[in-house]
Write a protein that binds this ligand. Sequence first.
Ligand code: FES
Length: 109
Amino acid sequence: MNESEYIAIARVSDFKNSSIRSYNLFGKKIGIIKRENGSFYAIEIACKHQGADLTAGAIVNNIATCHRHQWKYNLETGECLNHDSPPLRRYGLVIEGDSIKVSTCPLEE
Ligand code: FES
């Protein structure tokens, strides 16, 4: 865990019927994703091309395809799969009761 603060932006109970949701954190789009095993992680969810929300496109087997120009990302690692692009930045995430808290800064900068 780095020096960043953690802020509550979602609830575990928000994910009863969905496995991915996007949130705004100080103007940044952050995706919170629930894995099949029930664990959670947080990752930047704005496309590196022109900033489209990746939850608006297809997501199959954890691969997101941007609905605007089809850039593809591995949402677990953040890697862009079909363009020379920096990866989506990953954020820290902790769960306290029903509260999901996300780090205010990316894990790696
Ligand atoms: S905005 Fe995502 S591919 Fe262009």
